[in-house]
Design a protein around this ligand. Structure first.
Ligand code: ADP
Ligand code: NI
Length: 217
């Protein structure tokens, strides 16, 4: 398949994205995927992973319409890039099924390549870069850094209350700190645990600096 065409399509769509699902995110996810992939993947598997990684956020409903495309667009792109039927099917299946919100509705089954892409994407929500992305996303949506609600309790609130009390700090508890328990690959899990430790340390400093009494344990 013509990977360059897929690369250019995704790059053009995501380059100016402003919520942290931008092209640099896609490139970091590609690196993560490389780092956690077993060495015995075939060249075709590697191509499927790359194409899925570059395209994975272009169909995310959270993205503004200018950065978003439909599955029909993706199908057209893959046809143009001469992906064969198996490659197209797998790429489309992966990008439709890796998102966290999709998996909240019920865990989606993922191929072994899909599991690598999902872990690679999750790793970019963790560690120093994950912290940066969370605050960047929150800023783009006008969320507070934190508020007077106990950050951890937000997980128990209903959807309406959640939005009312949304802060970036809440997002650590409702999602980011538990991603490590959802990892598919052993190397991905190991990296996720390391990155999460750093986030916990960060939170300890955060609370000290704003003099909140809450601790992370
Ligand atoms: P997925 O595609 O797996 O559902 P998302 O697109 O929801 O993942 O999130 C990816 C990135 O956006 C993460 O880095 C995450 O921290 C950030 N993000 C998403 N929702 C929020 C939120 N409510 N507050 C802060 N950051 C968020
Ligand atoms: Ni992503």
């Amino acid at each position: 398949m013509d990977l360059e065409q897929i690369y250019n399509f995704a790059k053009e769509k995501l380059e100016t994205e402003g919520t942290g699902h931008d092209w640099l995110h896609a490139l970091r996810v590609e690196k993560n995927a490389q780092a956690i992939s077993p060495s015995e993947l075939s060249p075709s598997d590697v191509e499927i992973i790359k194409a899925s990684v570059w395209l994975h956020d272009t169909i995310d409903p959270k993205l503004a319409p200018t950065h978003r495309v439909t599955i029909t667009d993706i199908q057209g792109l893959l046809n143009q890039a001469r992906a064969n039927k198996k490659e197209s099917q797998e790429i489309i299946e992966i990008i439709q099924n890796i998102s966290y919100s999709k998996n909240l509705e019920g865990k989606r089954s993922l191929s072994s390549l899909g599991q690598i892409v999902q872990d690679a994407d999750r790793l970019d929500a963790l560690g120093a870069i994950g912290i940066a992305r969370a605050f960047y996303y929150g800023g783009s949506k006008n969320h507070a850094l934190y508020n007077d609600k106990k950050a951890r309790d937000v997980r128990q609130l209903t959807e309406v209350n959640y939005r009312e009390h949304a802060s970036v700090l809440n997002h650590f508890y409702e999602k980011l700190l538990s991603l490590k328990d959802l990892m598919n690959t052993s190397l991905g899990k190991k990296m996720a645990i390391e990155r999460t430790k750093f986030m916990e340390e960060y939170l300890t400093h955060f609370y000290q600096e704003i003099e909140m009494k809450e601790s992370i344990d």
